[in-house]
Design a protein around this ligand. Sequence first.
Ligand code: PBG
Length: 322
Amino acid sequence: MKNRPRRLRSSAPLRDLVRESTLHAKDFILPLFVSEKITAKTPVASMPGVFQFTVEELVPHALEAAEAGIRSVLLFGIPGEKNETAAQAYAEKGVIQRTVRALKKEAPGLIVLTDVCLCEYMSHGHCGVLASDRILNDESLPLLAKTALSHAAAGADIVAPSDMMDGRVAAIRSALDDGGFQNTVIMSYAAKFCSAFYGPFREAAESAPAIGDRRSYQMDAANGREALREVEQDIREAADMILVKPGLPYLDILWRVKERFQMPTAVYNVSGEYAMIKAAAANGWLNERETVLETMTAFKRAGADLIVTYWAREMLDWLRAG
Ligand code: PBG
């Protein structure tokens, strides 16, 4: 009599029967970039397969994705004009506000999430208000709250603050409630680390800081316990969903957050993670499909309910093909 773990691996149906983590179409959130600075869809060089879209082009693109099974999209905007108060972040006719309105009109069932941050809209590229060389926390909160409120007014289902200012979830929640948007969901990037893996995104979103870095607001890569305190605080401020970011290098954080809080938990498979696999696959060094399926499975195993990934669209095809 012998225990043989290999017994359960001896055929595909048996492996399927005992598989612990499963990927579903609804798990994937597709990030999309919409720009006022272009006249036609423009590729992002460091992210093969990812584009900036005009508002007019983004809508049919998102509709096609929705028809293919995409349930949710996360929008990032590149405004025509940046300034010192991030005015286009909360302009009624800003790039995101126009896109959300158009999308909700054409595809009311598609869940629209919006990134709430100021970096794409500030002339200096920081996520908050800059005073000489400091990012001011409390002065940034009203701008973030106004931005979230304007997204909700345009019809966003979920607002996702990614700025990492202290107290922003509470500020956004009270602005939404006062504005009559009690049902607009907040997905907080609660544990967002200061990461070199965001490099390609800053090209896509044209949001690299002109001076300094984001170390005074995004988290230090060394700190796991602090991530739990960040999440706890955001839950206390009424965040409905929690996001951990980046993904693969922070699976331990994802696991601890899910184990401890049992919230609907998302992970962001960020631009650098995408670029690495794309580059290796382009060289023939990795099989893209196999590597990505394994990566997504790892997120689910570590506790993710939802995965923000630039592969969301491809994932649907790969899942369907089995
Ligand atoms: C905005 C924001 C960033 C990302 C998402 N929202 C960049 C940053 O913090 O510099 C990164 C996403 C990615 O790398 O795919 N603050």
